[in-house]
Design a protein. Structure first.
Length: 640
């Protein structure tokens, strides 16, 4: 049995909600390790222009390191080795204290290991260079990211959507639709920055961070070393980068957004954030933002250019009212990027598009306008490249299904095919004419499907569709090898959603839209669990112990009684350690101390004593015997 540490007396807090809570994992992790108040304060201070010169104490705190471990441990990338061949498996076996001390020791005189370069194939046949840091460097980058993100979020422009919390590609596309339909901006500038991630100027980036108020000199020094970490190329040579942020590094997307944030504000300062936009009173909108409608009406009477920027990472689009304004803006932006950020624009790929005559492209969506009544409105499709790639990919997967060899493999390959179909539908349904695009793909692949997957027949829907519940009204589902094949043609447009300005990870009011805090009677114990980990146990064991406490709402998994102190919380391995059981989340459960003893007891007199002490009902006995059976012990009580 696992010995637990004794703790202080309980404190009364709010009762558990019985309804299912809204949850964002990042926020839940902050709750587990009591970091939310700190992150909120960093965000608030950043909004007020506070200078941050003592951030390292927060970065190297036990709570921040434990939260960083939890954030990266389930990422697929954490199982990919760096140049030292280590993965998250090598960290999860260590004790929490050892992990925290190791991170602090590394940062005392930080020198990142070489970054492994991996070339990832792109759909167009080219490759994208990916930098894979070593696992300890990734953990350190996550520790830094967690503290820097709220500071930077307070300074970022609202029209930036890439790699930011609670923002998505759909929000970015919706913003483009909104400016076309409501503001009648029909000229789109497609800005292509040459090799952005490989050409970020390190000196300029550090200056931008300094301007944002990030002035902890030790932290700045560490970030410089991360940027200049040697890259081990596939041929074994070492390259010392003079510029760029390595794609694959945990902190790289944040650094990239810091660089281009200056472009966002430069463009928006010419219209949306122009001082004149606040001159005429427009009141306050329900979401808390200042209404600028009256100001914009007056500004349109001047010679100011009306333009708006929408950015997703390095994918930049600027919408203008006239071709002349768009042409001037294009060359102005190219010159500004070169002089201010030392970035080049590819003039071959950068262009101005009149959306009323020809389509523009953004995030895989082909956007143009069509006449509807007396106005032009958005009409969008999957881009042509995406359609052709989808045809090829689905045809290849059909061949794989045909050549599976046995029914089990065929069903697994059908599931992969269905996953591709669902992925296409889920992403591209923001295109207004997605139905026509998917019908075109269906017409192209149906003959191949019909000829290769015989016998193929229509089937009636099962009431238990699971992942296929969105296809419940579809009459075109086919059956092969006793399994559903989803029709690519069954797709319809879903109205895009914009990001509500009130939604924010770092304010209590903003979180209520997406997330509900954990609230149960003995929530104080959650803090005790991470502050006082079980000694001689791994960081994985202790981290999962915290997760289980929240998942079980602070109650015993067998008796459903609330834990009153840490001493009576025992963490039970379903598959015993001596039989190869690991410290994974699915192999652990929290139960009361006396119940844990009863799970492991073999002596009948002792079993009888604990049964009389605990007075378990039939349902509780069934759970108890389930865990005894998993542990290879004989059943007791009514099921013996």
């Amino acid at each position: 049995m696992d010995e637990q540490l004794s703790v202080r007396a309980p404190v009364e807090v709010q009762r558990v909600k019985k309804i299912k809570q809204k949850k964002i994992n990042k926020l839940r992790y902050a709750e587990y390790y009591d970091q939310q108040e700190l992150l909120d304060k960093l965000y608030s201070d950043s909004q007020q222009g506070v200078i941050f010169d003592k951030l390292m104490k927060h970065i190297v705190s036990d709570a921040n390191i434990m939260m960083a471990y939890r954030s990266i441990k389930r990422n697929t990338g954490s199982k990919t080795p760096g140049t030292d061949r280590l993965t998250i498996r090598n960290i999860e076996q260590l004790e929490p204290e050892a992990v925290c001390n190791r991170v602090r020791n590394i940062l005392n005189n930080y020198q990142p290991r070489n970054v492994r370069r991996k070339d990832i194939p792109k759909p167009n046949g080219k490759t994208r260079p990916l930098g894979i840091p070593c696992i300890w460097d990734r953990l350190i980058q996550q520790c830094i990211l967690q503290i820097l993100e709220p500071i930077c979020e307070a300074k970022f422009f609202d029209g930036s959507f890439g790699f930011r919390p609670l923002r998505s590609a759909e929000n970015a596309v919706n913003e483009v639709y909104r400016y076309i339909n409501r503001s009648h901006l029909y000229y789109m500038i497609e800005v292509d920055i040459k090799g952005f991630f490989d050409n970020v100027n390190h000196t300029k980036l550090i200056r931008q961070m300094w301007t944002m108020g990030i002035r902890d000199k030790q932290l700045i020094c560490i970030i410089k070393k991360i940027l200049k970490a040697n890259i081990l190329m596939p041929d074994g040579t070492l390259v010392a980068p003079e510029k760029g942020t390595p794609q694959g590094g945990i902190i790289s997307p944040l650094l990239a957004n810091i660089v281009l944030n200056e472009l966002d504000w430069h463009i928006e300062s010419q219209w949306g954030e122009n001082p004149l936009a606040y001159k005429w009173k427009g009141g306050v909108a329900p979401n808390g933002t200042f209404s600028k409608g009256s100001s914009f009406r007056e500004m349109r009477k001047t010679n100011l250019k009306e333009l708006h920027i929408i950015r997703y990472a390095d994918d930049v689009r600027i919408l203008c009212a006239t071709k002349e304004e768009a042409d001037r803006t294009l060359y102005g932006v190219a010159e500004w990027l070169k002089k201010r950020l030392d970035l080049d624009v590819s003039m071959e790929k950068t262009r101005v598009v009149n959306l009323r005559k020809s389509p523009g492209e953004f995030l895989g969506i082909e956007i143009r306008t069509k006449r509807k009544g007396d106005k032009d409105v958005v009409a969008s499709h999957m881009c042509r490249k995406a359609i052709e790639r989808t045809k090829v990919a689905l045809k290849e997967q059909i061949k794989v299904i045909q050549r599976s060899g046995n029914k089990k493999k065929a069903i697994a390959n059908i599931q992969l095919y269905n996953a591709e179909v669902r992925g296409i539908h889920n992403y591209f349904r923001m295109a207004t004419d997605i139905t026509a695009d998917c019908q075109e793909i269906h017409n192209s692949i149906y003959k191949s499907m019909y000829n290769r997957l015989k016998p193929l027949k229509k089937c009636s829907l099962s009431p238990h569709l699971g992942d296929y519940k969105n296809y419940g009204k579809c009459k075109r589902i086919m059956e092969c090898q006793g399994h559903y094949i989803l029709p690519i043609a069954y797709a319809s447009h879903r109205q895009t959603t914009g990001k509500k300005k009130a939604v924010n990870l770092y304010t209590p009011e903003g979180r209520r839209w997406k997330h509900e805090n954990l609230m149960f009677k003995n929530a104080f114990l959650l803090e005790e669990l991470y502050k006082y980990p079980v000694r001689n146990r791994s960081i994985e064991y202790n981290d999962n112990r915290v997760s289980l406490f929240a998942a079980q709402r602070g109650k015993c998994a067998i008796t459903d009684k609330e834990f009153l102190c840490q001493e009576e919380i025992h963490c039970h391995h379903k598959n015993p350690v001596e039989k190869g059981g690991k410290d994974g989340y699915n192999n652990l459960v929290l139960i009361l101390k006396d119940v844990h003893r009863l799970v492991h007891m073999k002596k009948q007199s002792t079993i009888d004593f604990y049964l009389s002490l605990l007075r378990l009902n039939d349902k509780q006995m069934k759970k108890l015997n389930h865990y005894r059976e998993l542990a290879g012990l004989p059943l007791i009580g009514q099921e013996a």
